[in-house]
Design a protein around this ligand. Sequence first.
Ligand SMILES: Nc1ncnc2c1ncn2[C@@H]1O[C@@H]2COP(=O)(O)O[C@H]2[C@H]1O
Length: 267
Amino acid sequence: MTQSKPNRPLQVLQLTDPHLMADPHGELLGVNTRDSLDAVIAQVQVDGREPDLILATGDLAQDSSAEAYQVLTDRLAQFACPALWLPGNHDDAVVLGHAAGAVGGQKQLVMGGWQFLLLDSSVPGHVHGELSDRELAFLERALARSPELPTMIALHHHPVDVGSRWMDNIGLRNRDAFWAIVDRFPQVRVVLWGHIHQPLDQQRGDVRLLASPSTCIQFAAGSADFAVADLAPGYRWFELHPDGALATDVVRAENFEFSIDLDSTGY
Ligand SMILES: Nc1ncnc2c1ncn2[C@@H]1O[C@@H]2COP(=O)(O)O[C@H]2[C@H]1O
């Protein structure tokens, strides 16, 4: 079991949806995705936060290129902690797996008295998500084996509707199968995802449902049709106590100047 620093709760950084590209000048709707990730990482450092673990929750590359994943590896090397990677709809799970390596590609980690389970909800060639029978079996097995460990489950796609028609069409399709497992295991404290490029904080029984800003562009909350928001990129932070208690907050990059195409109808 990997240990966190003594006498403090486990500190976890979520970075999601960086949409990195092989081209150093690569932009999403006018925002250079390398620059915005750098701004978010700079903000983590300005905030004096030293993570024990990083969770990178999908759409790590926009173009599935090895070069894009190498950029992420290089950026995360600024932190002296492991980073776990999971794929989103823009990723190639095989290329990502090679780039993440043995540590980053782990689907299960116990650290600081918590268990982290990472699921691959990507469906090649599609924007929506689905958990394969294999992923569901892995989830059920892992939860059955460790009933005593407070658990965070991370995946890319949203397993609940988020109040936005266009996004509700591209979430996790077989969410009923997912919840049928999760609902049986009271040690699950958090389900965390990316994909929706906006913060969300809800409760399902004892489970905290959390989503987070992208490290590049943001989607407008509550919009029926595709719409972006003029909000800065950001990160989510967790403090996780071994008894299952937790604190979390979202922070946006303060000094990132960008100009996003607010009239965009998609990409
Ligand atoms: N106008 C649109 N309507 C529906 N989906 C869209 C639209 N534009 C882009 N998308 C897809 O919705 C996805 C949401 O986040 P992604 O970054 O995964 O990639 C986006 C596109 O694949």
